[in-house]
Design a protein around this ligand. Structure first.
Ligand code: ZN
Length: 367
């Protein structure tokens, strides 16, 4: 596709929302949900859902941006380009729901987590279940959630843990998610957060007639620059696992396949939205996938997450250090690179077509 998608990407949450609303309005209905907090510019924050296509369509396609705040620059750019390029017309047989700024607070404030420091992609958890935290988290905690920002000490603490447990062990201890350290990293919270409630209460009503629903949750920050890492949560041998293989090819990963556990996916995360669709859309067949678009290596990404966590817990956002950390956060999740934006758009077109094909094939029953 020769469409130039770069102008569809934005510099701020507010700009992205404006572009999204103006691109989506001619195509469908917009449902806007006001967040309790304000943005850094004092402006209102919204989770917006654009609903496009026939309410009676056989199948649905849901595209989510901004689950992890500033990763929304990528996903929103793809949503806006989908509309502006006319690619949306290819999906006119589907009911399409675009969720812009799943975590609007984090998008606006350049924060991976929400206004309660909750990692929204660990929050779609069944809170009636007892959660056993990874034992490594508390060992690492003094290093990864430090009172003083001393990067040499942070690196030394992580290196010590890695020497004993390996790289995969180190990453698993951090990213699995935890419920006991509200100022810490990868905090899932102890109850459904604002964004989860909005999605869970409102999405089903927009997809009433669709029995088969494909979902893509767009993320960034994992894998080689501009390259997609595609992962779902269906176990090998299941129909959904096979359907993903058929639609996406053999490169797609599963959190339920031990063979796919490595430095990219060091542990099965508990509480991502893509694993919650049986609960969000009960009675439907859903096929949800996360796509991570690579930016920089983990050795660059993780220290910035720790700095940002320190900044919100102990630092001053309105300081030279605070502004530097925010600039780094933006860069690790949204590289200032035209080439990256072009790569993302090309790859997202492929992914949207694959997820659309997956549900079409299911509806046609030819698989
Ligand atoms: Zn993410």
């Amino acid at each position: 596709m020769t469409f130039d998608a770069k102008p569809c990407f934005s510099d701020t949450y507010a700009q992205s929302r404006q572009k999204f609303l103006s691109a989506a309005t001619p195509h469908g209905d917009i449902h806007s949900f006001l967040h309790p907090e304000k943005g850094p510019d004092g402006g209102d924050l919204y989770l917006d859902m654009a609903v496009i296509g026939d309410a009676e369509a056989n199948a649905g396609l849901v595209l989510i941006s901004g689950t992890h705040g500033p990763e929304g620059f990528c996903g929103a750019g793809c949503q806006i380009a989908l509309l502006e390029s006319g690619l949306i017309d290819e999906f006119s047989d589907l009911r399409v729901v675009l969720i812009h700024a799943h975590n609007p607070y984090g998008f606006a404030w350049l924060r991976r987590t929400d206004h309660e420091n909750i990692d929204l992609n660990r929050n779609y958890y069944d809170f009636s279940k007892t959660f056993t935290p990874h034992p490594g988290y508390d060992i690492l905690r003094p290093h990864i959630v430090p009172r003083e920002l001393d990067m040499d000490r942070i690196s030394a603490g992580m290196a010590e843990y890695e020497a004993e447990h390996g790289k995969v062990g180190l990453l698993a201890a951090m990213v699995t998610g935890q419920s006991h350290d509200a100022d810490g990293l990868f905090y899932r919270g102890s109850a459904p957060t604002w964004s989860q409630k909005i999605v869970t209460e409102n999405l089903p009503g927009l997809l009433e007639a669709q029995d088969e629903v494909s979902v893509i949750d767009f993320h960034t920050g994992l894998g080689p620059f501009g390259v997609p890492y595609i992962v779902h949560g269906y176990a090998p041998g299941t129909e959904a696992f096979k359907a993903f293989r058929r639609a996406y090819g053999d490169d797609v990963k599963s959190t339920e396949d031990p063979a796919d556990i490595d430095e990219n996916m060091p542990a099965t995360p508990e509480g991502p939205i893509v694993l919650a669709f049986d609960k969000i859309l009960p009675g439907k067949s859903s096929y949800a996938v996360v796509i991570e678009y690579g930016t920089y290596p983990p050795d660059r990404v993780f220290p910035v997450l720790m700095k940002d966590n320190w900044l919100h817990a102990y630092g001053d956002l309105d300081s030279v250090v605070g502004r530097e950390i925010k600039a780094e956060i933006k860069e690790i999740f949204y590289p200032a690179s035209d080439k990256w934006k072009d790569m993302i758009w090309d790859e997202s077109v492929k992914a949207m077509r694959c997820s659309a094909k997956l549900v079409r094939d299911k509806v046609l029953g030819d698989v």
